[in-house]
Design a protein around this ligand. Structure first.
Ligand SMILES: [Fe+2]
Length: 314
């Protein structure tokens, strides 16, 4: 029985030596600044969350990820878990309350409730004609504005660690995450990757909010952000191709989760993903066990380069 069941992932927390440079990357990536203090940068997407990405000033580091609790009572329940902080009132833009925990690799996991919400930003979306539905857009010409993608929301975080089983079990026990797909190499007992989603009962959620894979070192593999649609993935790709940032992988469509993906590194090598069109599942979808060969493949697009597979930001 899990201590609580979180509602969704809330934000990424990184540390970077230059907040101007970080802000420029995130702006090119498709986020919007919502607040900036002397010590930290807060970026939002078009959905009404106050922020989805925090960068503190200092030596480059992955500090952790944050999750939305469903209620204040859930925060109270979490304070009784081993190593948990008490309920803290957050002294940061967006306010709210949080409980801090340490996951098995020593990274801080924040569980937050009552963060301020903001008005959504209207992103331009055009109807899509298809072979089956050729008349969705009548008399209107498709002319997409050039520029960065528009991130909607944060969607998942991915860690690598030698303690992958322990890390996954910790997230399931503390945060109520449930397995969508476990992936094994060789024998079925050798699980080397695990896709986990939030348990919102009958409500449909993304196929995964947390993926954890076996790695030599512990750290962040990537954070992932949903954009408006598949065109928005491609338009963002075009925009970032005209910059100095390093392209890590994509564009393609995953098998597990089925998102159309595109991965870029920030100036300190932290990988940020754009995606559109995820599988949406609920508690009735259950859990699966697949081999690496059957699971970690793309439906279209090139396979992942080594620099992506083995990437870890400590
Ligand atoms: Fe991802």
């Amino acid at each position: 029985m899990a201590v609580i069941k979180v509602w969704d992932i809330a934000y990424a927390r990184l540390r970077s030596p230059d907040l101007d440079v970080q802000e420029q990357f995130l702006t090119d990536f498709g986020m919007v600044r919502v607040a900036r203090t002397a010590n930290a940068l807060y970026m939002r997407g078009t959905d009404p969350f106050h922020h989805i990405h925090i960068t503190e000033k200092g030596d480059p580091a992955f500090l952790g990820m944050a999750w939305h609790a469903k209620s204040e009572d859930d925060l109270k329940a979490l304070t009784k878990a081993p190593g948990a902080s008490g309920i803290e009132h957050m002294d940061e833009p967006g306010g709210g309350m949080r409980v801090r925990l340490k996951e098995p690799n020593g990274y801080t996991v924040e569980v937050v409730y009552g963060l301020e919400s903001v008005l959504p930003i209207q992103a331009i979306r055009q109807a899509i004609n298809s072979g089956a539905e050729p008349f969705n857009r009548r008399g209107e010409l498709m002319r997409i504005k050039k520029g960065p993608s528009s991130c909607k929301r944060i969607a998942h975080g991915v860690m690598a660690t030698p303690k992958n089983i322990e890390t996954v079990m910790w997230h399931r026990e503390m945060l109520g995450l449930v397995c969508s797909d476990d992936v094994y190499a060789g024998s079925k007992e050798n699980v080397i990757g695990s896709f986990n989603r939030c348990d919102n009962g009958e409500d449909f959620v993304d196929h995964h909010a947390f993926f954890c894979m076996k790695g030599e070192k512990a750290g962040l593999n990537h954070f992932s952000f949903e954009v408006q649609d598949i065109d928005d993935v491609f338009m963002g790709h075009e925009h970032l191709r005209g910059t100095q940032y390093e392209h890590m992988w994509g564009i393609g469509r995953h098998l597990l989760g089925s998102q159309v993906y595109d991965y870029w590194a920030d100036p300190w090598g932290r990988v940020h993903e754009h995606w559109a069109d995820s599988d949406r599942v609920n508690i009735k979808n259950g859990s699966n066990l697949l081999s690496v060969q059957d699971g970690l493949i793309s439906q279209w697009g090139e396979g992942p380069p080594d620099k992506f597979i083995h990437h870890v930001s400590p």
